[in-house]
Design a protein around this ligand. Structure first.
Ligand code: GRF
Length: 221
């Protein structure tokens, strides 16, 4: 049997980069058969850029404020992704809305992590919204990116109970640990050729993934 070559990933960030660190660790341990070819931030002050450089990964800032339009910014991003021969793009706390030109160029090869139980709470302030609604559970979803904001087909979802006295911060702290487990796992499914997006939705091992994603850890094959 021939071993697959490690897949070439880009991780796009805007801030802290704890999910990026989870990818760095997963590729170092072999849990993820991939190399991070490049890390790109739209924010020059993103702490994640330092995490990438400490790991010896090419890290660059494309500051969106230097571009006259979203199209021009996305064209610059695409140019970097092509020059680094990127196969799969990981959005990890990347706080820019991408144009459909960009999304089409990486259709089926573009993943995002969103800190809610999608389809609940697309957009911002997800944990506060879950608290305000009196939800008994919160969580996080990895999904394929389509032009609908936070609306692409879910891949995997992890839940935590909301506890008495929880704040948005305490909930976020509980959820982020699960983010670091499920996101590299979803990417590993992709690089193994097990995860695909088509017109009907997301598929794992040839089976359609349910509308809220594979529930972690209960339904992980
Ligand atoms: C995470 O909560 C992620 O779900 C959301 O943005 C945050 C990024 O955190 N999309 P980090 O930069 O990976 O630490």
């Amino acid at each position: 049997m021939t071993e697959r070559a490690p897949a070439r990933l880009a991780v796009l960030i805007s801030g802290r980069g704890s999910n990026l660190q989870a990818f760095i660790d997963a590729s170092a341990s072999g849990a993820l058969n991939a190399v991070i070819a490049v890390v790109i931030s739209n924010n020059p002050d993103a702490a994640g850029l330092h995490k990438a450089r400490e790991a010896g990964i090419a890290a660059l800032c494309i500051d969106h404020r230097a571009f006259a339009s979203r199209e021009a910014f996305d064209a610059a991003l695409l140019e970097q992704l092509r020059s680094h021969r990127v196969e799969l793009v990981i959005l990890a706390g990347f706080m820019r809305i991408l144009t459909s030109t960009f999304i089409d160029a990486f259709a089926g090869r573009l993943l995002n992590i969103h800190p809610s139980l999608l389809p609940k709470y697309p957009g911002l302030h997800t944990h506060q919204r879950a608290l305000d609604a009196g939800d008994t559970q919160a969580g996080v979803t990895v999904h394929f990116v389509t032009p609908e904001l936070d609306g692409g087909p879910p891949v995997i979802q992890a839940r935590v109970p909301v506890q008495p006295g929880d704040t948005a911060d305490s909930l976020a702290a509980r959820v982020i640990r699960l983010e670091h487990l499920i996101y590299p796992l979803a990417a590993q499914w992709y690089v193994q050729g097990r995860l695909q997006l088509n017109d009907q939705g997301a598929y794992l091992d040839g089976k359609q993934i349910p509308a809220t994603g594979i529930q972690y850890p209960r339904d992980v094959p």
